[in-house]
Design a protein around this ligand. Structure first.
Ligand SMILES: NC(=O)C1=CN([C@@H]2O[C@H](COP(=O)(O)OP(=O)(O)OC[C@H]3O[C@@H](n4cnc5c(N)ncnc54)[C@H](O)[C@@H]3O)[C@@H](O)[C@H]2O)[C@@H](O)CC1
Ligand SMILES: [K+]
Length: 496
């Protein structure tokens, strides 16, 4: 698990390191600068190296980098944007040292050729739109040819939201200090970072002073959190789940969700569906146990019976946007004794009256894409997309559920304010049935005993990795949902 910090948490971490542990800021700055020098020397970058500095501590890092470059025999071209009055204490010290060494400090970028452009204009302290001379300089830096290195975060990107505040430096490398930042992971910020390198500069988890960050992401080693297969086990060990899916002409959704659950390790998958799907499901997924209804009158009795003795329930894939789906959803929510995953048409049915969610104490996991989220909240898609984190937090605080808001960076939130931001996956996965596969994975993991928030977060990560495996084999154009299921096994077979 890797923490992702917002600017406020990072600042308190910086300040705890300096004030509580007593490691002076100027020492941290020196280590930050040295970590950048390491990259420059590793990559054998040559003169001319341009270092553009602001007046905050990000600029202080830049001034320290320029001085160390000088110590190592380079002839850095240093530009300071902004007035001396606004220099922070540390940046002012760095500037004085440069002056003592008689290193020239320019106020505009000289029009010469550079090998490397270092952006130390704004770091996590960026607090408003970039305008005037700052805008002009970022625009010039973006136009200059050369390798571009952003210090801590590309100037112009909000560390909290990943938004571009007016303009942003387009980097090839971003060297970020201590911990990664939310703005480096969310769109569009992540498209400005190039390769992100997190450098240890002496700020450790101790500096959270016991108050751990709420936002995180997963890496490959976190797959170890997946349920373990035991030597002595039977199908009951790995959970029995119920998937309510598939209307006439929509059997595929039921099949994809059910198969994904089996591929993720479920012991037994029961599919509740319309009887028109019986033959096709029996031929395509003979491992599933089917409960089929012939008429609306049969639904209640059959469904309640199917809900007995299961470990998790999913409802929605391919159910159709109709009154029967709402009826199914109401029966499930009012009678469930286990966590419920609501997806696709289940979400559309929910949007006819969200207060239904208050009628259960069981964990509910919602998996809307932006369009479904818009129907649930009444907000337009643009508004949700521009504030993914806020929209998610508002929802989970109102309805005590777990929200999996699906986008290029899917976000999982819960009412304990935990936030998972996903980095796996690719644009080939924007294809029909991809969501059904995710629903199958989440439900399977809950059925195997994972707690719902962890199950949802791990499932999103695994789904993305499976999609990445599928991309390797089929490419982004030809990638289909069934290939993602194949990808699940490619990821999982590496684990045990
Ligand atoms: N102990 C520490 O505090 C450390 C801080 N470090 C560096 O310090 C950075 C944070 O430093 P600061 O908090 O000083 O912030 P920044 O250096 O990011 O910039 C803040 C300054 O820019 C101004 N500003 C913000 N938005 C602006 C805009 N749109 N237009 C014009 N001016 C604007 C602010 O008023 C402030 O003066 C980190 O990103 C990191 O690079 C590192 O040196 C490591 C140690
Ligand atoms: K920067």
């Amino acid at each position: 698990m890797e923490y992702l910090l917002d600017s406020k948490t990072m600042k308190s971490c910086d300040s705890a390191t300096a004030n509580y542990f007593g490691l002076p800021s100027i020492v941290l700055m020196e280590r930050a600068a040295l970590s950048v020098i390491e990259l420059i020397q590793d990559k054998k970058m040559k003169d001319n190296i341009l270092v553009v500095c602001g007046t905050g501590n990000n600029g202080g890092d830049g001034l320290a980098i320029a001085r160390i470059l000088y110590e190592r025999g380079y002839k850095p071209i240093v530009v300071l944007i902004g007035s001396d009055d606004s220099l922070t204490k540390e940046a002012a010290i760095q500037k004085k040292i440069l002056e003592k060494y008689k290193i020239n400090i320019e106020s505009t970028i000289p029009q010469i050729e550079y090998t490397t452009i270092i952006d130390a204009l704004f770091g996590i302290g960026l607090s408003r739109e970039v305008e005037g001379i700052y805008y002009e300089n970022i625009s010039i830096m973006n136009k200059i040819e050369g390798c571009k290195i952003a210090i801590d975060i590309p100037s112009g990107i909000s560390a909290d939201t990943g938004k571009v505040l007016g303009i942003a430096f387009q980097a090839d490398y971003t060297i970020t200090f201590g911990f990664s930042k939310i703005g480096l992971v969310l769109y569009p910020g992540c498209t400005y970072c190039g390769k992100i390198i997190v450098k240890d500069i002496g700020i450790t988890k101790d500096s959270f002073l016991g108050e751990l960050p709420i936002t995180f992401t997963y890496n490959k080693k976190d797959l170890q959190e997946l349920p373990k297969r035991k030597f002595y086990s039977n199908k009951g060990t790995y959970g029995k789940i119920l998937i309510i899916a598939g209307n006439i002409n929509m059997s595929g959704a039921a099949c994809l969700a059910g198969k994904s659950a089996y591929f993720t390790g479920s012991g037994l998958v029961n599919i509740f569906t319309s009887s028109e799907n019986r033959i096709i499901l029996q031929s395509n997924l003979p491992e599933a146990v089917l409960t089929c209804f012939n008429s609306e009158e049969e639904i209640e009795e059959l469904l309640l019976e199917s809900m007995e003795n299961v470990d998790a329930i999913a409802i929605g894939p391919g159910c159709g946007d109709n009154h029967i789906t709402r009826k199914l959803l109401e029966l499930v929510i009012k009678n469930t004794k286990v966590p419920v995953v609501i997806d696709a048409d289940g979400l559309n049915a929910l949007s006819k009256g969200n207060e239904l969610l208050t009628e259960t104490d069981q964990p509910i996991i919602l998996t809307p894409h932006l369009g479904e989220m818009s129907r649930l909240t009444g907000d337009d898609v643009g508004k949700i997309q521009s504030a993914l984190l806020n929209s998610s937090k508002q929802w989970v605080n109102k309805y005590k559920s777990i929200l999996v808001l699906k986008d290029a960076r899917t976000i999982v939130t819960d009412s304990n304010n935990r936030v998972y931001i996903n980095r796996s996956g690719n644009n080939g996965m924007a294809t029909a049935g991809s969501g059904d596969v995710l629903t199958g994975i989440i439900t399977s993991l809950i059925g195997q005993g994972k707690k719902p928030f962890e199950a949802a977060s791990l499932a999103v990560y695994l789904h993305g990795l499976a999609g990445d495996e599928a991309r390797k084999k089929y490419g982004v154009y030809s990638l289909m949902a069934s290939h993602i299921i194949e990808g699940i096994s490619m990821v999982l077979k590496e684990i045990n």
